[in-house]
Design a protein. Structure first.
Length: 132
C-alpha cells in the first residue's frame, strides 16, 4: 500500500495481491491504492469505481477521491458536491489542503495534479449554494 502512496503502483499492487494468499480480509481503504493508479493513468471511470469502493463515508478522504474522479469525468457539479461533503467531514481541509494531501500522496507529480483538480472543483459553485 505504501508503495502506491509513493507512486510505485506495480510494486505496491503486486505486494497487495500477494497478501490475498495469506488472508482474504482486506480493509476497504486498500481501494485507495487502486484509485491512485487509475487516477495517475487518467482512467476516471476506474478511479470512480475505486473511490466508491473505498467506503468510509464519514471520512473526508472518501469524498475527495470521488471529487477527483468526478472531475476527471467532466462532472464538475457532482465533483463540487463531493468536495463540499469532504469539507463537512473536515472543515480545516479548505485551509490545510496541502498538508492533508501531502500526508498520503508522496509523488510530487500526482500531488500537483490533485491540487489543481481540487482547485477546479472547489471554485465553480460555493458549497452553500449546492444545498438549496
Amino acid at each position: 500500500w505504501l508503495h502506491c502512496v509513493c507512486g510505485e503502483f506495480e510494486t505496491g499492487l503486486s505486494l497487495m495481491h500477494q497478501t490475498r494468499d495469506f488472508s482474504h480480509c482486506h480493509p476497504q481503504w486498500f481501494a485507495y491504492a487502486h484509485f491512485m493508479k487509475a487516477y495517475a493513468e487518467g482512467k476516471p471511470e476506474a478511479a470512480l469505481d475505486y473511490a466508491n469502493a473505498f467506503g468510509c463515508l464519514d471520512f473526508f478522504w472518501s469524498h475527495l477521491l470521488r471529487a477527483l474522479a468526478l472531475k476527471g469525468l467532466g462532472n464538475l457539479l457532482e465533483a463540487n458536491r463531493a468536495y463540499c461533503l469532504a469539507l463537512e467531514c473536515q472543515p480545516a481541509l479548505a485551509d490545510c489542503m496541502e498538508h492533508y494531501l501531502s500526508c498520503v500522496v508522496l509523488s510530487n507529480k500526482l500531488l500537483a495534479r490533485m491540487r489543481s483538480d481540487l482547485e477546479a472543483v472547489s471554485s465553480p459553485h460555493p458549497c452553500g449554494m449546492l444545498h438549496s
